[in-house]
Design a protein around this ligand. Structure first.
Ligand code: ASP
Length: 242
């Protein structure tokens, strides 16, 4: 699996290059400007979302969720580079146990979250749908936007944690709301980049949810987490390879 993941990571830049070349060749170089704006909008919204959730969770539980994210750094990079939350699942589960979350909580919440809690994919889908509508000058009323949001909140529940799964939901939703299918082809050109961002968000969201559930179930306390956090970084400092 690591070998296959390695191939994917090595070939990803060529794949991204090919997809962007296709978009530029089909729609012209000027198309890169709105696409660049979409990438920044999704990136900004994702970072804002993670920070807001981490702040609220920290206030509610007294566990520092920015510390949780810090311990997950390498796993989030794995999710980012492979664009697959499934690839990051085993290591993420292991890491949460290292941080003091009991195995019964991890093995229940993480797989469930992978089916029902893909925040990054939901966020991306709404941005992509609005992008397609704006690109073609289609004015969506507030009611329509809310309806799209509810549709996406439900339809993204079925997304698999594999690369490119989210664009299928975007294509289906665009068709359901009579948005041009060519718009989906345009987004496809940069989908890999957006996929990397949303996958990291999906993994981060599920790990944070697992710690939160463990706290609510009184299976972990702020002191236990802090101790495990300190031990984790102490071990890393004394043995960086471990
Ligand atoms: N690639 C995403 C993930 O693995 C799913 C998606 O395409 O939205 O979480």
């Amino acid at each position: 699996m690591f070998k296959v993941t390695g191939y994917v990571m090595k070939l990803a830049p060529i794949g991204v290059f090919a997809m962007i070349s296709y978009t530029v060749a089909s729609f012209g170089i000027a198309m890169l400007i709105p696409l660049g704006k979409l990438i920044f909008a999704v990136l900004f919204a994702t970072v804002l979302f993670i920070c807001l959730v981490a702040m609220i969770a920290t206030a509610l539980t007294h566990i520092n969720f920015f510390h949780v994210i810090r311990c997950l750094k390498d796993i989030l990079f794995l999710a980012f580079s492979t664009a697959s939350s499934e690839a990051a699942l085993p290591v993420a589960m292991q890491r949460l146990e290292t941080l003091g979350v009991p195995k019964n909580i991890v093995t229940f919440v993480m797989p469930t979250g992978y089916s029902f809690n893909l925040d990054g994919s939901t966020l991306y889908s709404s941005a992509a749908i609005l992008f397609i509508a704006q690109l073609y000058g289609i004015d969506l009323s507030l009611g329509q936007q809310l309806l799209i949001m509810i549709t996406l909140m439900l339809s993204t529940k079925g997304i698999a944690g594999v690369p490119g799964a989210g664009i299928i939901v975007v294509a289906a939703t665009a068709a359901a709301f009579d948005l041009p299918a060519e718009g989906v082809a345009i987004v496809l050109g940069i989908d890999r980049i957006l996929d990397m961002i949303r996958t990291a968000c999906n993994v981060c969201g599920n790990c944070m949810a697992t710690v939160l559930v463990a706290r609510w179930e009184h299976e972990i306390t702020a002191a236990v987490f802090k101790k495990a956090y300190d031990e984790y970084f102490h071990k890393k400092e004394t043995n960086p390879i471990a």
